[in-house]
Design a protein around this ligand. Sequence first.
Ligand code: 26Q
Length: 821
Amino acid sequence: MINPRFEKEAFKKDVEQNVKQLFRKTVDEASQQELYQAVSYVVKDAIIDDWIATQKQYEKDDPKIVYYMSMEFLLGRALGNNLINMTAYKEVKEALEEMGLNLNELEDQEPDPALGNGGLGRLAACFLDSLASLGYAAYGCGIRYRYGMFKQKIKDGYQEERPDNWLKNGNPFELRRPEYAKEVRFGGNIRVEYDDKTGDIRFKQENYESVLAVPYDYPIVGYDNHIVNTLRIWDAEPIVDFQLDSFDRGDYHKAVEQQNLAKTIVEVLYPNDNHYAGKELRLKQQYFFVSASLQAALTKYKKHHDDIHKLPEKMTIQMNDTHPTVAVAELMRLLLDEEGLGWDEAWEITSKTCAYTNHTIMSEALEKWPIDLFSRLLPRVYQIIQEIDRRFVAQIREMYPGNEEKVAKMQILRDGQVKMAHLAIVAGYSVNGVARLHTEILKKQELRDFYEMMPQKFNNKTNGITQRRFLMHGNPLLADWVTDKLGTKDWITDLSLMSGLKKWVDDEEALKEFMSIKYENKVRLAKYIKEHNGIEVDPRSIFDVQVKRLHEYKRQLLNILHVMYLYNEIKEHPEISFYPRTFIFGAKASAGYIRAKQIIKLINSVADVVNNDRSINGKLKVVFIEDYRVSNAEIIFAAADVSEQISTASKEASGTGNMKFMLNGAPTLGTMDGANVEIVEEVGAENAFIFGLSSDEVINYENNGGYNPMDIYNSDADIRRVVNQLVDGTYSQGDKEMYRDLYNSLLTAQGGSKADTYFILKDFRSYADTQKKVEEAYRDKDRWAKMALLNTASCGKFSSDRTIQEYVDDIWHLDKVTVEV
Ligand code: 26Q
């Protein structure tokens, strides 16, 4: 049933009314931004009815709640997605057209809420969508950063970062909830108080600084089920307003300090992806949102329940990587110090409530906080971790008598550091990886000792993505086609039905339709590229796409070196037939990651040379799409022919972009890494292009001192030529130093890392050969169409609905809720 709000005439009236009330204008006078806001407020109003109904239902049914704790939620734009999930997109689009307005243009007015870096943050957003769509009670808990992921500008081929002031025009979808504010305390010292009468010991924090955490709630709209869950993100405000009449020096300083703390704590998202930086402010951010979220969760629980011991029956906390792991100690603190429980009771509750997801095996991403910093900032929490550690060490010694090596490897507090992953594993009741291969590597390598000691905690949850955003919203043409061919819309909530498309694989007409939709989407992307990058690309060329964060292990460098190789080939053998190809890149580099930034510059330099060389007849084009983010990702996935997933095997925990490409009918060109393994399993090896070392081979080399890239450099003339071109000025207007560091990184060991750490030269030949096979396959139009269609038809497993159902069945044990309307 359509929400009466979206009945056309009523909707139009509401929009007019909003334009008038908000801006004192008529629709004709209002700007696009103002119209976007006016429309959004109408949508929000409709959402709020369902939001209230959902929360009422939860009060009534009292279901178990999952709190998904994450430093990042990479939501992407809300307006279009909310309309999709309320099944009102088409009606609203038409109503707006009747008013002379274009929904897509209005959608473009919305800033991307970019409260995340990449995979981990986007996964959290997909999970919230699935939780609401499946009807589970869930809260996302995070931080309302004033500035999200930076905006990327490319100037002269270099990345420049610009602040992302996403709140500057206000935000129609958020709701400030000052009545749920909580105090969060930092620093100071702990005084121990003895109660002579009862013999109780109390721990009092003194001389601390504190901030007020004020929540902003975002509606998370489920698909066509009237369920609206909440993403609660916290803003920081000073506890007491700055007292101008306070001339007492101490007070004055404290007031200023607290104001500064409040301002800085939520100021900006750290733009590191898969890289730990031990910054004090980052730890403050972590404790800030974790403490506020837990306090709020306990308040909510106690409103309806009086036995705190039964907490694990009604709530569970999922920690998105180690970033919120301080939660286990904070929950202990609240239970011990605020609820007055004894250690054993508190531990029993905590260790049945917290669960941990690991997203990486890269050692540089592991969080290890210096003890002095940690204990200074969170003195009471640190005491509690000391006790957790003391008891855990005793447990290790009991299980492995005399084996101090085990203690050294597994201890939480060791080498002057707090090892957050160890804390998460010891205190959590579940530890999961994010793809089958990744979980196996955790069990056999990185977390082996923990697995041996507590195997029952370990489990795999292969990632997934939401088809609502990445097909329905991002690729409406294909979505309609799928509905038509399946004869049902049910795939929107049950992606396994996509396998029904397989019966069209020999139907020429269907294949033609499928490929002409791809073509339309390529035209749309070409237009975007023309508008935003000023580069002409031919939609008839192969769109070969690598979009993801820039990281050495993801090997964008391998991709661009291969482009350089192809360019040499075309120049050298102009007579050889070469199917025109457009290599499309999109990637942000962490602001301080110098080598990643050099790779961006190299990609742009190669683009400059190749795109302006008339002699190659446009056979090769290279495009670097500026400011890759959720909103343009939707357009990019829909238009891709080839999905580049070329990480060094064993390094990419899962990947989720790979699934978005597959959903949109782009075969994978990749290594046997992360979820690629499962993608190939679903679609069949004949419908993917796999190359390179296996994870076992990589791990083997790593355990035996690496390999020698000079052997390859010396024996393979094509590779040698490409590598030399990094330092002969070909791509740097004669400057031989510009790419020297990249050159060195491939050939010589440096400061702790081996030469060619990521096996780029080792995998180069195999990559180039496989790229050749891609070209051959593409030339055979019929074969390619089948392959592409089979990818879409085989993506059923990779819905985040499936992932969430597995979390519910194996870890969270939530109750399903239905909202009556
Ligand atoms: C840690 C400490 C200090 C500052 C920043 C960080 C930090 C921030 C973000 C560390 C890691 C991240 C992000 C990690 C991430 O996105 N991992 C990806 O998670 C995806 C979802 O599971 C996987 O698909 C990817 O394979 C994995 O790389």
